[in-house]
Design a protein. Structure first.
Length: 276
């Protein structure tokens, strides 16, 4: 999503809140359902099939902190199913920019679980839409009570955020009974970045901080794609992605991230390295 598009969505949301136009309903109300319009805007009005046997979404029913709400996406296809999950799109319906992230799953990585943290701006449905190799879309949803996550002040000050910009940490965890170089693995990638939403106010100048966020992340084991993310303003400060995959015996794990200001951050680790 372009920065101009994000800025327009943020301004529209602010005007709706400030002027009481009714475009953004009060927290806790369900008078307005944006989902049909989002199906058209994000998915080109493609048919949505029941995804209860395809993908699961887990979030707390009521968020403790609307700026860092945990979410887990889990594939549910039977091993005997000849199809595979190509991508999962996470949509937070009533956020200013509803498409939080789209995750593309590596063809040979067998990614089965993805966890991250998101901002939630209103009481809202949250949808997970899986695209399968049969070309069809499968949808499931949950409901989250939270408010103000997109406008919440940054947890770290600007100087700290600048010093940490683009710093990456990588951890991996062997599943029980699996060796360090093969089998199902659990890994985590963390990126130092303010991920400014465009709705946060500078506490000194009282001006809104421009949107500035990681909009692309790609992960490989050697040269084989594991996971790619197209991100938006709903991903929390310091993006943190935890996921499962099947190791192919690679020697290296590589990451590349890009943000909306054109910065490119790259790092690689030994495949059996669980440090920074």
């Amino acid at each position: 999503m372009t920065r101009s598009r994000v800025r327009l969505l943020c301004i529209t949301s602010l005007l709706a809140i400030g002027l009481g136009t009714g475009l953004t309903p009060a927290a806790g109300t369900d008078a307005y359902d944006p989902w049909p319009g989002l199906v058209q805007d994000i998915f080109n009005n493609r048919a949505m099939n029941d995804g209860s046997d395809v993908v699961a979404i887990e979030m707390p029913a009521r968020a403790e902190d609307a700026a860092i709400v945990p979410v887990t996406l889990r594939t549910k296809l039977s091993p005997a199913d000849g199809r595979r999950v190509v991508s999962i799109t996470l949509v937070i319906d009533k956020n200013p920019a509803p498409m939080a992230a789209k995750f593309a799953l590596g063809a040979d990585a067998n990614v089965s679980e993805i966890s991250t943290r998101v901002r939630v701006n209103n009481y809202t449905d949250v949808h997970a839409v899986a695209e399968l190799s049969d070309g069809k879309l499968y949808m499931t949803k949950t409901y989250v009570k939270a408010s103000g996550g997109c406008s919440a002040p940054a947890a770290k000050n600007a100087d700290d955020a600048k010093a940490r910009l683009g710093q990456m940490r990588y951890r991996q965890f062997a599943k029980t009974g699996q060796g360090p170089a093969s089998g199902t693995r659990e890994a985590q990638i963390m990126i130092g970045h303010p991920n400014n939403s465009g709705l946060q106010m500078d506490q000194v100048t009282q001006l809104y901080i421009p949107a500035f966020f990681v909009n692309e992340l790609r992960l490989w084991q050697d040269d084989s794609p594991v996971l790619a993310m197209e991100g938006g303003i709903s991903i929390s400060e310091d993006p943190n992605i935890r996921f499962t995959y099947v190791s192919n015996g690679a020697k290296r794990f590589r990451a590349e991230a890009k943000d909306t200001d054109g910065h490119v951050f790259q790092h690689e680790w030994k495949a059996d390295d669980s440090g920074t």
